[in-house]
Design a protein around this ligand. Structure first.
Ligand code: ADP
Ligand code: MG
Length: 241
């Protein structure tokens, strides 16, 4: 039995007396993309922020590679959690070149970092952009550099919060597919947040369907699609494009 890369147990978070994350438990296995899917406002980003360590749960525990990183009394700082982040507006550093952006989270001297930077730029298909600057790249290309930057330190788990939302609708599926190729090539465990059933169906190995702060159903994409747990889940999937 393989151990999960990420496990959260019974996470709760309330704001102004209202519970927005209610007893959420979840595991992400090595090499797998788990999708936290649900309508806007259901508590997805709050859950991800708690895992990343930029917000704090009221109850529950978080484990990365079997090690406790956060409960209500003990807290490993965000930068020491071996977590990679890609959020909606996770911009590149405009004053750094592409290679400096990708190498930002890497330790060591410039020459030590170079092979890993080249490997990742090659994987995202942008090795020729090594010495360019972010403003010289298209939105889709910047997104691929942000992916390379997040993956460079080989995080145990990647957290992605609606990472394609700012992109041109016509490009999204191509970028989803190429992103998935890179994640699989790196054998990265991913927790991907989205409100789009189509995106979850296209990218996930496992879907956790969230509503009103709770996970209401979890399983392989086609099992959830074919056997939604209730009418609300069915309705949510019915407008899939
Ligand atoms: P999602 O990412 O699924 O759209 P969020 O996790 O961003 O949902 O938000 C869940 C709920 O919690 C929403 O009703 C939102 O308004 C509320 N919320 C999120 N962050 C805060 C905060 N810092 N203070 C008060 N309410 C918040
Ligand atoms: Mg959100």
């Amino acid at each position: 039995m393989t151990d999960p890369r990420l496990e959260i147990r019974n996470i709760r978070r309330r704001f102004q007396g209202r519970e927005v994350v209610s007893d959420v438990s979840l595991k992400v296995m090595p090499g797998q993309v788990t999708c936290l899917l649900g309508p806007s406002g259901c508590g997805k980003s709050t859950t991800l922020r708690i895992i990343a360590g930029v917000d704090m749960q009221d109850a529950g525990e978080i484990y990365v590679d079997g090690q406790l990183v956060c409960d209500t009394v003990y807290r490993v700082p965000p930068e020491s959690r071996s977590i990679g982040l890609m959020f909606q507006d996770f911009a590149l550093f405009p004053h750094l070149s592409v290679s400096e952006n990708v190498g930002f989270g890497l330790k060591g001297h410039k020459s030590d970092k170079k092979p890993r930077i080249e490997e990742l730029l090659d994987k995202v298909g942008l090795l020729p952009a090594y010495d360019k600057y972010p403003h010289e790249l298209s939105g889709g290309e910047q997104q691929r550099i942000a992916l390379a930057r997040a993956l460079a330190p080989r995080p145990s788990i990647m957290l992605m919060d609606e990472p394609f939302s700012g992109l041109d609708e016509r490009l999204k599926d191509d970028i989803r597919d190429s992103t998935l190729d890179v994640l699989k090539a790196e054998n990265t465990a991913v927790l991907l947040v989205t409100h789009e059933p189509h995106e979850a169906m296209r990218m996930a190995d496992e879907i956790a369907l969230m509503r009103d702060g709770r996970i209401v159903q979890q399983g392989a994409p086609y099992n959830i699609y074919n056997a939604p747990t209730d009418r609300k889940a069915a309705a949510f999937f019915s407008d899939i494009n």
